[in-house]
Design a protein around this ligand. Structure first.
Ligand SMILES: [Zn+2]
Length: 175
């Protein structure tokens, strides 16, 4: 009985990972509307979304205004504590060193990310911070959830950027 309940819950959780990642993708799309690199993040506690945010680096001109940092700050406010022990963080891109560190320091139980980031990801790509020995907390990690969709957000965004630059350059030469 216990075993089957566990299996059922496990199955439901994996279904939910994708559903929650869709919400993080929706956040990323909000970033894109503001001409920000589309990266979105949500924090979930007891199956409920308690905070959501997207990358605001350009708008705020703050190097640290990454989606994860902003979502963690909101969750801290909502819960009235810096400890996010029972929370799962969903983010569309593999966290950078700063965010991987912030996730660890806020004691997030689990982090789920979409696309891998070869140029900055610290949960497997450039390094795996959570394999470094000595920290007093290690979040559980699941990578590659809706990887294609999350990655496409970024490749489409940068392609559009390049295309509009090209178009602008052409306009300049024909004028
Ligand atoms: Zn980051």
């Amino acid at each position: 009985m216990c075993g089957s309940t566990f299996l059922l819950r496990k199955g439901m959780m994996s279904m939910s990972d994708e559903a929650y990642m869709m919400l993080a993708i929706a956040e990323a799309k909000k970033a894109e509307l503001m001409d920000e690199v589309p990266i979105g993040c949500i924090l979930v506690k007891d199956h409920e979304v308690i905070a959501s945010a997207f990358n605001e680096r350009e708008t705020s001109q703050q190097a640290i205004a990454h989606a994860e940092i902003l979502a963690i700050k909101k969750a801290n406010e909502v819960l009235g504590t810096w400890r996010l022990e029972d929370c799962t963080l969903y983010v569309t891109l593999e966290p950078c060193p700063m965010c991987a560190g912030a996730i660890l320091l806020s004691r997030v139980a689990r982090v789920v990310f979409g696309a891998y980031d070869k140029k900055g990801g610290c949960l497997g790509s450039c390094m795996n911070m959570y394999e470094t020995k000595g920290f007093n907390h290690y979040p559980e990690v699941s990578g590659g959830v809706l990887e294609k969709e999350c990655g496409a957000l970024l490749t489409d965004f940068f392609k559009k950027k390049r295309d509009s630059k090209k178009a602008a350059a052409q306009t300049n030469t024909t004028e």
